[in-house]
Unconditional design. Structure first.
Length: 180
């Protein structure tokens, strides 16, 4: 096995572990709790890029669906995916992909990275809003009011934190790789 393969697997496992630690922590506000999952998905995408960041999230989701209490509110199982927040859980995957793609494609263009990350967030919101509407039997407008508006400022703040931390970590990783 190549050194880069081991390093890559280790980084994916580390980001998945961070999601498992921080993802369950939440503050219940309406049907969709405020959690740190958005922050950890953004961090994984920013630090690891599109493929590895998305894989880290997919592993986290599979652990949650297998019943481990790693999803928001220390819950897990298929019922979580089928419930009101299922669309957001699904939406985090394209969010990670779009965010990671933007970071990889535009490594020195912060504004384009931010646009890609926001696009990912809006795709996640779109899937989550439609799912919430269907699962809760409410209108799309009501689902948007309950599932997006209370979280928008928090999530943009998490995006900013992820960019600041992610840029520092990427820079440090590149420096350490240059000496290994």
């Amino acid at each position: 096995m190549k050194k880069t393969d081991v390093r890559s697997m280790s980084l994916i496992a580390l980001m998945t572990a961070l999601m498992c630690i921080f993802g369950p922590m939440s503050v219940p506000i309406g049907p969709v709790p405020v959690s740190l999952t958005v922050l950890t998905v953004y961090l994984a995408a920013y630090i690891l890029g599109m493929k590895r960041g998305s894989l880290a999230y997919l592993l986290y989701l599979l652990l949650g669906l297998a019943g481990l209490p790693v999803l928001s509110g220390y819950s897990g199982g298929l019922g979580k995916l089928l419930g009101p927040t299922g669309g957001y859980l699904i939406g985090f995957l394209p969010m990670a992909m779009l965010s990671g793609y933007a970071v990889e494609r535009f490594p020195s263009r912060l504004l384009l990275q931010l646009c890609g990350m926001l696009l990912g967030l809006f795709v996640c919101y779109g899937l989550g809003t439609v799912w919430l509407s269907v699962a809760a039997g409410i209108s799309l407008g009501k689902a948007f009011t309950l599932g997006v508006l209370p979280f928008l400022a928090f999530d943009i703040g998490k995006l900013a934190i992820a960019v600041l931390v992610g840029r520092a970590v990427r820079q440090r990783m590149q420096q350490s790789l240059a000496f290994s």
